[in-house]
Design a protein around this ligand. Structure first.
Ligand SMILES: Nc1ncnc2c1ncn2[C@@H]1O[C@H](COP(=O)(O)OP(=O)(O)OP(=O)(O)O)[C@@H](O)[C@H]1O
Ligand SMILES: [Mg+2]
Length: 573
């Protein structure tokens, strides 16, 4: 019997599925058939494997060869099966002992010269192998460090097919020619770094150098940044050009707590599938940052593309920050596509072979100018935009999207004095991040026996009924609700933020001040110029009238809350 089998991995989204690679040689006219739902890149494996084998000094079996990949129902794409196919063929031809590869899991593309090239998605592939009980995996040398992140698996990193044959047969390892590209960027890795169409991740080292203390003034925005990081609240920064919105957003990821081991593996797996893992530092341990340009295409934002689907910006920002600068410039359908991941923490991509899910639980940070020219103000000084242009521009961010953004802050231009004078009291990222971590721990302890980890995730009715607020805490919110300045959904957002403000202050439950702070941060309107007049109802919750009975129901957690009280003031932040 001229039959051999080994294993490899197919990627479905960021999940690996074990695939058995079988090779069968029969007497007959020389032919090579590949079966098992291969895509185009995989079909080309026939030519690559044949050339690699011959160029590695082996003899190609001149018989009827059938290679099957099973389960046949799983769509398989890419070139990562090459090395496994070559080994199965060699074992079927009795050049290798079939038992030497039967319990191996082999992943790698073959060059025509027999060199083993790295492929995307090594981490999720090896995780799947470990789950399936495989103890030894073979990968390209360049991805061995990434594969080694998975505990309990012995990783064999190989440079060429010849080297792997030597390892499997116990022969002395060949003297591989010196790597002509050592010391320079590896062109073998270059194939992985496909153009990312404007998707930009801030490398960890650059993020580490950006300190919050560099931001002059902007006390409200800095406070909003801290609250966003502590509670996982989405954030919208509105303000004129040059006020420091981008500067602030770039400093947000460093405020987030370091990733847990499980989160780090999740994030690394996404970047591995995207082919964006930083060389030499395979495990991503801190929150990623992704800031796609507004010209970025839909597949680059949500993920997809032909062949092995590539995670989009929403997935590259998983467990980190997705920053949409000049948010109204993004196509409306791209902005609307964010609603699904904001709701569910994952994005579902429909494909002809079935739909696949990619993780996408990110903190959304939006930034916008008040109008296309950026100079719009209530007084209209210097602004060249017509009222229609201004309202069209501001209306591009839909109500349903903004309903999910708990914090909406006006960023006023920084003053000359603030800019020129060195503010020695400005808090550093380290100081603020420590407070954020403490607040997150406080929230996690409170939410210990619930499915949620941060305040932003807690559904409104749970917030209103499960945890008691401080006495009279809701007075201001109740008054706004009565007057139709706050909707039920708006109240939920206020409560979520109020809990985070209390967590940051080390209080057991929000008091009146915390709720006032949350009210001010709800729309940013009280802080400065409204982007849209309230009557339009597009921004914030709008003045939807509420009946007294309705507000009573909403506030039944604290029946005393309907006493009128003073309106929130700017000084509360
Ligand atoms: N608060 C600030 N403190 C220190 N520097 C600032 C501040 N605001 C702006 N700057 C300076 O101005 C530059 C531009 O700021 P930034 O790009 O963040 O503004 P922006 O609000 O994003 O503007 P735009 O709307 O044009 O994108 C910064 O690189 C920084 O040098
Ligand atoms: Mg900017």
């Amino acid at each position: 019997m001229a039959f051999a089998r080994t294993c490899s991995v197919a990627l479905v989204g960021v999940d690996g599925v074990i695939v058995e690679v079988q090779a069968d040689l029969e007497p007959g006219v020389a032919a090579f058939t590949l079966v098992g739902l291969p895509d185009k890149a995989l079909s080309e494996a026939r030519d690559r494997v044949r050339a690699a084998l011959v160029n590695s000094g082996e003899v190609w079996p001149q018989r009827k060869l059938t290679v099957g990949l099973s389960p046949a129902s799983v769509p398989k794409s890419g070139s990562g099966f090459d090395l496994a196919v070559a080994c199965a063929v060699l074992a079927a031809a009795e050049r290798l002992d079939p038992s030497s590869i039967a319990d191996l899991l082999i992943i790698g593309e073959l060059g025509l010269d027999g060199r083993v090239r790295p492929v995307r998605g090594i981490l999720p592939s090896v995780l799947a192998a470990a789950d399936a009980g495989y103890q030894r995996v073979v990968v390209a040398e360049q991805t061995a460090a990434e594969a080694s992140l998975v505990p309990g698996v012995t990783v064999i990193g190989v440079r060429s097919l010849r080297q792997l044959i030597a390892v499997l047969t116990g022969a002395p390892e060949p003297d591989e020619p010196p790597d002509p590209i050592s010391g320079r960027p590896d062109p073998l890795m270059a194939g992985l770094m496909l153009p990312t169409a404007g998707v930009r991740g801030l490398p960890d080292d650059r993020a580490a150098r950006l300190d919050l203390a560099d931001v002059a003034g902007q006390y409200e925005a800095r406070r909003a940044l801290e609250i966003a990081a502590a509670g996982g609240h989405h954030l919208y920064l509105k303000g004129p050009p040059g006020a420091g919105k981008t500067m602030l957003a770039e400093r947000l990821p460093a405020l987030l707590p370091p990733l847990t081991q499980k989160e780090a593996l999740e994030v690394t797996a996404v970047h591995s599938v995207a082919g964006l893992l930083p060389a030499g530092r395979p495990l991503i341990g801190c929150a990623p940052y992704c800031a796609p340009h507004h010209s970025t295409t839909m597949p680059a934002i949500v993920g997809g593309g032909s062949g092995l689907p590539r995670p989009g910006a929403v997935s590259l920002a998983h467990r980190g920050v997705l920053f949409l600068d000049e948010a109204p410039e993004f196509p409306v359908r791209v902005l609307d596509a964010l609603r699904q991941p904001l709701e569910s923490g994952e994005v579902v991509i429909a494909r002809s072979a079935g739909s696949l899910r990619l993780p996408a639980r990110f903190l959304l940070c939006l930034a916008a100018n008040p109008c296309p020219c950026g100079r719009y103000s209530r007084r209209g000084e210097g602004c060249e935009c017509t009222p229609a242009m201004v309202s069209r521009y501001q209306g591009r961010l839909s109500g349903p999207l903004l309903d999910r953004v708990d914090l909406q802050v006006q960023v006023a231009p920084v003053t000359r004095v603030e800019l020129m004078e060195r503010d020695t009291t400005a808090e550093s990222t380290t100081t603020v991040a420590a407070r954020v971590l403490a607040a997150r721990e406080r929230a996690a302890a409170r939410l210990a026996h619930t499915p949620w980890r941060t305040n932003a995730e807690v559904p409104g009715h749970e917030l209103r009924t499960r945890w008691q607020l401080g006495p009279n805490a809701l007075n201001d919110a109740a008054r706004q609700l009565e007057r139709g300045l706050l909707t039920a959904r708006g109240l939920d957002r206020v409560l979520r933020v109020a809990w985070t403000v209390a967590d940051l202050a080390g209080r057991d439950r929000p008091d009146q001040r915390d709720v006032r702070t949350a009210l001010v941060l709800r729309t940013g309107v009280e802080q400065g110029l409204p982007l849209v007049e309230r009557s339009s109802g597009r921004f914030g919750s709008g003045p939807v009238p509420q009946t007294g009975a309705k507000s009573d129901q909403l506030l039944r957690a604290d029946p005393s809350a309907v006493t009128p009280d003073q309106r929130p003031s700017d000084k509360e932040i």
